[in-house]
Design a binder for this molecule. Sequence first.
Ligand SMILES: C[S@@+](CC[C@H](N)C(=O)[O-])C[C@H]1O[C@@H](n2cnc3c(N)ncnc32)[C@H](O)[C@@H]1O
Length: 287
Amino acid sequence: MKNNTDNYIDLGERGRFSLKNKLNNLTGKEWIKFTKSWFIHRPNRRKEDEILHPAKYPESLVAEFIKFFSKENEWVFDPFLGTGSTLIAAGENKRNGIGVEINEKYFGTCQKRIENLSSTQKLLPLLGSSFEIKSILKKNKIEQQIDYTITSPPYWNQLERNNIRQKPRSEKGLDTKYSTSKDDLGNEKDYYNFIELQAQVFDNVFDITKNKGYLTIITNNVYCEGKLFPLAYDTAISLTKRGKKSWVLKDEKIWLQDDKSLIALGINNAWIGNRHHQFCLVFRKEE
Ligand SMILES: C[S@@+](CC[C@H](N)C(=O)[O-])C[C@H]1O[C@@H](n2cnc3c(N)ncnc32)[C@H](O)[C@@H]1O
């Protein structure tokens, strides 16, 4: 590590780190690389305990976002924690983390994964519903404001509807829905109610986020009963129309999944696409 001028630290192959960098610990070279609007990510195969969860996202992917949108020792949050990928990625990258998960089984898996992680960061998984984030934090005596949130909410009713992809899971006796709880967002049948309820969760996230803090939501448009529901677009729009709690939409990054197999959907009959990408929507709190 070499101090080139008063303003930069030379980190060799990684490039130069500006001491004026307000957002992260990346060099200019790393910063620019991340700003591309799409990426391909091929994660390692999921481990046994991770397969139990029907829609886990890879730690390696979350890590890239955490490293861009926060600095070391800052606080990362996930209101739909699942098996805890966000907290694992936070701990492995010297960030602290808090997450809320409604399903006791996934919460338990998350706790075990954190116990097995050799990290000295504060990693706090909490059991409960994200509709009650503030009271859950209060009950656990956590007053921490959040620097960055990254999460993947349920994709409306997709777990139950996506029969072809879920068939092999149900044959193995694995979960094809998150829970039976009425507060589980994945159990909301009505699309427009879903959009409103999801926005309410992000109102809560808004309240606990520092001004200028970022939020990334990984989601997708979804196909149901012969038509496309623009879930990713409606998510983007709904969060920007919340009065004083409106998030500012900053961008989208597209995760291209070129490792998924093609399924013969609608073949010889009608158009049904193989959706092999996800939207990573980037918002910021600007008061
Ligand atoms: C797409 S998964 C997130 C998976 C997670 N990113 C991971 O890698 O394991 C959505 C999660 O949200 C949880 N969930 C649904 N409604 C919730 C709510 N109201 N509060 C907290 N968690 C909820 C589900 O149980 C599920 O684990």
